[in-house]
Design a protein around this ligand. Structure first.
Ligand SMILES: [Zn+2]
Length: 460
């Protein structure tokens, strides 16, 4: 087995990945703060880590890799949105956890081995704060908050490469804060009337976001674990603060490798809720298939910025059709070829810091070979290698059939439109009648939460 090289944000180098224990590889990825629908910036990060975890599980054995992705279910953003909506924060969080799970399922993301929710880890969080207070890294302030004393921790800034002096410039203490130094950050926030709160030795309150991830990751994966990841925007302050909390408490290295996924950009700007330039996962999946979105994400290296336009995502259709056509023309054999240059090249690409654009290029070379030789073992190999990326797992006949939707003869098109109108008018008998009529013409329609999927002329 060749070495896996991973780029580590902290050392700023691509290094050989050396698991602490190859039978218990731990990876923690910061998950969603559940106060709104996920947008495709989230989809990019989730899909990138999905493929990273798929490859780790393929390389080291599925049961030897423990993938943790948390849910931040208590946070200022959740509370503020709940106040706007006149909704209970817990109920709002539940609602968006449900939506996030639907999105994850639609995108065929691997289910994390653990999906801890912040509100379920209060004892561990209180324990971590107590350790930091006992060691002189944290202090309770007059207003009931507990703060981390940044200047007490000598390695602060070592992940994000920022010096305390640079950070000091522009740092302010807000009127409602009681910290001693503008750099200090909150570990525990004193309860405000009407907000969800928990008991603590420092009074009623709730945890700070950074503390949540430190407590959950160390509880599930140990005080030092293999990989900690997230979006590029989490390096500072979120991951820097996690490092400071965890290493100060344990006296150990926190995560051995830090991995960060680049931004998804719209017009050279980061896609984000705050700037208002975002497209939700549910919206994009009205326009393209989940596999097309996955292909678009994998067509760029995970660390590079990825420029989003709808057209770019739609452009994933043609290359996927080429791969599916190869599979359709040659029924994959039961026994996949493994010992040839394609497997070697695919692994070499993925071992090189998960170079998915290069891995996709190998799939196209292999598809050409399948077209030329009509060898079922090579077709099966194409499907297997695609599967490591989460691609090519659909029925070729269905994928190739559904592309004809835009070229349907006008009669079918009119019937589909009429049926949609009937559905909108909640005229279910009429809608069902038209569906049966379409069925007779070889057109099937599946109504899902994400909309109607039309399939034509399946050869199966
Ligand atoms: Zn986190």
């Amino acid at each position: 087995m060749s070495d896996l090289m991973i780029y580590d944000t902290k050392s700023q180098q691509k290094r050989t990945f050396v698991p602490i224990d190859p039978k218990k590889i731990g990876i923690y990825v910061c998950g969603i703060t559940v106060y709104d629908l996920c947008h495709i910036g989230h989809a990019r990060t989730m899909l990138a880590f999905d493929v990273i975890v798929r490859y780790l599980k393929h390389k080291y054995g599925a049961s030897n890799v423990r993938f943790v992705r948390n849910i931040t279910d208590i946070d200022d953003k959740i509370i503020n949105r709940a106040i706007e909506n006149k909704e209970e924060p817990i109920a709002l969080a539940e609602r968006f956890i449900h939506e996030m799970h639907n999105d994850a399922e639609a995108l065929s993301l691997l289910t994390p081995d653990e999906e801890p929710r912040a509100t379920q880890y209060m004892p561990q969080m209180l324990n971590l704060i107590q350790r930091l207070v006992d060691k002189g890294y944290a202090y309770p302030a007059a207003n009931g908050d507990v703060y981390y004393k940044v200047r007490a921790y000598k390695d602060y800034g070592s992940l994000a490469k920022r010096s305390l002096d640079d950070l000091q410039v522009g740092a302010r203490i807000e009127a409602n804060e009681a910290k001693y130094d503008p750099l200090d950050f909150v570990l525990w926030k004193a309860a405000k009337p009407g907000e969800p709160s928990w008991e603590s030795p420092w009074g009623e309150g709730r945890p700070g976001w950074h503390l949540e991830c430190s407590a959950m990751s160390m509880d599930l994966l140990g005080e030092t674990f293999d990989i900690h990841g997230g979006g590029f925007d989490l390096i500072f302050p979120h991951h820097e603060n996690e490092c400071a909390q965890s290493s100060a408490a344990s006296g150990k290295e926190f995560a051995n490798n830090w991995m960060h996924v680049g931004f998804l950009q719209i017009n050279k700007d980061k896609m984000s809720k705050s700037s208002g330039n975002f497209v939700t996962i549910q919206q994009i999946l009205q326009e393209v298939t989940p596999e097309e979105l996955r292909y678009f994400v994998l067509s760029g290296h995970y660390r590079s910025p990825l420029e989003y336009t709808l057209e770019q995502v739609q452009n994933a259709k043609q290359p996927l059709l080429r791969l599916y056509t190869a599979l359709h023309n040659v029924a994959p054999g039961a026994q996949a070829a493994t010992d040839n240059e394609y497997t070697q090249r695919f692994y070499t690409a993925m071992d090189d810091d998960f170079n998915t654009p290069e891995a996709l290029a190998v799939l196209f070379d292999l598809a050409r070979e399948v077209n030329k030789t009509k060898d079922p073992a090579l077709a099966a190999q194409l499907q297997n290698l695609g599967g490591i990326l989460g691609l090519l797992q659909n029925s070729p006949a269905q994928v190739l059939g559904s592309v004809n939707v835009n070229n349907l003869d006008s009669q079918i098109q009119e019937l589909i439109t009429a049926r949609n109108q009937a559905r909108q008018a909640k005229n279910w008998p009429e809608a069902d009648k038209i569906r049966d009529q379409l069925k007779g013409m070889g057109v099937t329609i599946d109504d899902t939460a994400g909309g109607s999927q039309v399939k034509v002329g399946s050869k199966e």
